[in-house]
Structures are given as structure tokens and as C-alpha cells.
Design a protein around this ligand. Sequence first.
Ligand SMILES: Cc1ncc(C[n+]2csc(CCOP(=O)(O)OP(=O)(O)O)c2C)c(N)n1
Ligand SMILES: [Mg+2]
Length: 280
Amino acid sequence: MLKAAEELELKRKALQVRRNILRLIKAGKAGHVGGALSMAEVLTALYFRVMKIDPARPDWPERDRLVVSAGHKALVLYAALAARGYFEEKLLDTYGSLGCRLPGHPDMHKLPGVEASTGALGHGLSIAGGMALGLRLSGLPSRVFVVMGDGELAEGSNWEAAAAAGHHKLENLVVIVDRNGLQISGPTVEVMTYEPLEERWKAFGWATRRMNGHDFGAILKTLGETPFERGKPSAIVADTVKSKGLPFAEGKVEYHYWKPPAEELAQAERDLAEIERTLG
Ligand SMILES: Cc1ncc(C[n+]2csc(CCOP(=O)(O)OP(=O)(O)O)c2C)c(N)n1
Ligand SMILES: [Mg+2]
């Protein structure tokens, strides 16, 4: 059981991550907000509790790795890395400027803590599978976490990577699918369904669980139980709400990418202030 004080601390961190996402959008005047906000709790849990990392040594060989395969979720990655101290938060204000270190999709050569350059959907799992296999061959205890979008699963390359990870029994590999039910142009079940998600992963040799992706108790319990089965990679389907935290945008496909008019930006700031008020 997660203690109340620890849960409150994590909720405050997730709020800081959401504030950083908004800060990035203010700087860049636009961004992929929906799928960033739906992963705020998961990345907070990974960076502040689950992953074995040292922000002062981003290339420490024994670190755990996070590959954000759905690279358009860059905002939540930058927001969490800044909150965790990989770089100064004021760097967030450069988002969207020419030649900046925080491009629209993450570039591993530009920013400490970014483990893989992603953005073209469907490549992160192959990269992460290779990392996991390499770590095992090197005798390192590190683990590789991958965040994927549910719409991203329509890319066929994912399933080749999933089969390979099952075949190689990559127990040190953990996928988290952000099942927010939406992709760029509509509900995932209408655009290209891969439901039932858990059954698909199981068929490729993975052990699976489902969790509420906004509930720290559920997230820490589920991640704490990985690997779910000896000799299998783990896949977690995280039930989430796209644009979580901004009620006017929650669950709406229109907010996959957001170029906020001034009044919506002001509303978003009020919404986050309201979350802060409820946290006390
Ligand atoms: C190979 C490829 N095809 C298309 C796109 C355009 N694209 C960007 S985001 C997106 C939808 C992704 O949906 P999902 O994975 O569910 O992301 P989320 O809902 O978490 O934002 C698409 C099709 C892309 N980035 N890469
Ligand atoms: Mg989605």
C-alpha cells in the first residue's frame, strides 16, 4: 500500500510535470499536449520511484533506460527530465526556437537523459529490445522501459519487435501502452483496432497486466511486480485519459496537437491551479 504522504508527494511531482508541459507549450506556442498529459503519472513514477538512474551521470552504464517510442510525447519526457534534475528547467523556455536542444521529437544527441531519438512511430520497441538484449549479454542488471501509444500499435514493425522480444525472453524489458483510446484522427478502435490489447501481447510471448495509468498506487504496484513471469517480457496496458488534467480538453481528439488561443491557455493555468488547491 502506498502511504498517503508518499502519494501526495508524487501527485505534486505530477503537477510539476504538467506545469512544465504547459511551460513548453507557452514557449513553443503549440505542441502535442494530449498524449503528453496522459503519461504524466507514469513518467513521474518511473523517474522518481521506479528507475535506477542518476541524473548527474546520464551515461552511467548500469542505469535503467526509458525509450519514449511515441516520440510526439516529447513534452512529457522533457517535463519529467527537467523535474528530475537532468537539466535546468529554464531550458524548457527554449522549446520551439530554431536549433534548440528540445526539438518537437526527442533527439538523443541533444539532451541528457534522452535514450533514443524517436518520432517516426513504431521504432522504439526495436531499439529497446536491442538495448535489453545487449544489457543482458553484458551481464548488466539494468532494465529497459518503453512508453508506446495505443495508436502507435498500428505500425506493423512493433509486432516484429514484440515477437523478437518474446523469442529472446527479454525479462528486463517492460512496455507501457498508453491506452488513452485516441490517436491523431479519432478513436483507435475506429482508425485501426488492436483490441484486445492484452491478448495480442500475450500471443507474442509477453506477460501482461492492466492498470489505471493515473493512480500512483496502481502504477507502483504494477511496475513493482515486473517481470510478471520469469523468461518473458512484460507489457502493461495503462488505462488513461488523453489530455488528463485539463478538463476542457480531456478525451477530445482535437487536443492531440494544441495551438492554444490565449483564453484556453489561461483556462489551462486555472485548471492546474485548481489541482494544486485540491492537493492542499
Ligand atoms: C510512422 C508514423 N506515421 C504517422 C505519424 C503521425 N502521427 C503522429 S502522432 C500519431 C498518432 C499516435 O497515436 P497514439 O500512439 O495513440 O498517441 P497518443 O494518443 O498517446 O498521443 C500519428 C499517426 C508518425 N509520427 N509516424
Ligand atoms: Mg492514443
